[in-house]
Design a protein around this ligand. Sequence first.
Ligand SMILES: [Zn+2]
Length: 481
Amino acid sequence: MHRTITAGMTLVLAMASHSYAQEGGRLAAAAGAMGAANLNSIEYSGSGQVFGFGQAYEPGERWPRFVQRNYTAAVNYHTPGLRLTQVRSQGEHPPRGGAAQPVAGDQRTVLVVSDKFAWQEGAPQAVPNPAAVEDRLRQLWTTPHGVIKAALANAGRVDGSTVTFSVAGRAIKASLSEQNLVEKVSFLSSAEVVGDYPVEIAYSDYADFGGVKFPRRIVQTEDGYPTLDITISAVRPNANVAIEVPANVQQAPPAQPVTVAVEKLADGVWYLSTPNARSWLVEFNDHVVLVEGMTGEARSLAINAEIAKLVPSKPLRYVINTHAHYDHAGGLRTYVAQGVTIVTHELNKPFFEKMWARPRTIAPDQLSKSPKPALFETVSNKKVMTDGTQTLELYHMKGTSHNVANMIVFMPRHGLVYWGDGYNPPAGNEARDPGRTPEQSIDLYRVITANNLDVKTIAPAHGAGPKPFDNLKKAIGLIAP
Ligand SMILES: [Zn+2]
């Protein structure tokens, strides 16, 4: 149906733009109500709960919970800079799920961004993290007053009580209460396993702190489940927040391409390592098998290049996935796009199929650019992959608190074992990981002995393997350290 623009419609359009100007006034009203105009910096702190995104016990379940003993954000809106200090401790008793639990004692992390630089503090020297700049700036501009400042600075549009603007590479939507206070902020984020997913931050229970309104409760959800739930106990408007960029961070090179370290574990078996992520490459008569497609596509492509150098004549036919935690499954899609069969526990298949069909507008990958169905071989209790010369045995880790559909991979001829999580051997001769209590390491030992596996060497996904099997026994107190 065609319509010509009539005088009446022109009037409607004029009224619409008039109302737009008034709604722009609502943003100014929100700045006034929140006390944003004269706020140059702020420091706020509280405590509550924090959760491990992508580390559920069961695929699709809520994220595992930790106690957030302290949450302190120091923001400078001019720099712009943010220093976020978090102290967490174990929240699940018994442990349930991943995210490096069961945590021993308190764990402190300090994440910082200052204009074009991002880094972690806590170690003797700051650890540069140039890849985190945009995420942390988005975190800064989605704080209660950051929303108002970013909307005003980036031509934010107002429609009723909804404000939309773009900052740090993402479209942000915020809603205002009747009192013109920011009560909800939402945007899309992206993870390699699930693609686009929603992040929502709810600000509630506002109070006045020296003329500045600030929420006393902050609840953030990611992909439908809470990742942060804190009660704010102290707010210091215009606190002195000076964030100096350490010299080594200023001089750090930009984010580097992934490089793979190669170590031979046995004949036809290699340990392929990137920082904190290790896979096995296993050579069979007429093909190769990769154990664990970790992290994401950049790593998978770097691993592919290494496979082509090590075994140029044989195709990669299978990738074994120990469990569906996002750090262990983030690289799988690259192999699906290559037509490689994914070997995983049967409980993971419907989860992967559902997640891999989701939209990927933020970070398209090879599979989203040319979609194809994933090929699976699933495992229930045990699976043996052999061609007579090389043998891989896969065992379901029944009863582990880390993940319900978790597997270990064993090579009987070499006495080699691979697991995703449960025990990360420390570097050097020390066997015990001081950051963890041993429950999930005991799960590993129990599954190994229940299946009568003659393990000599552990070479797992994280930590400083390969190490003697005795290190696991020392870690759980079976033999003296
Ligand atoms: Zn895990």
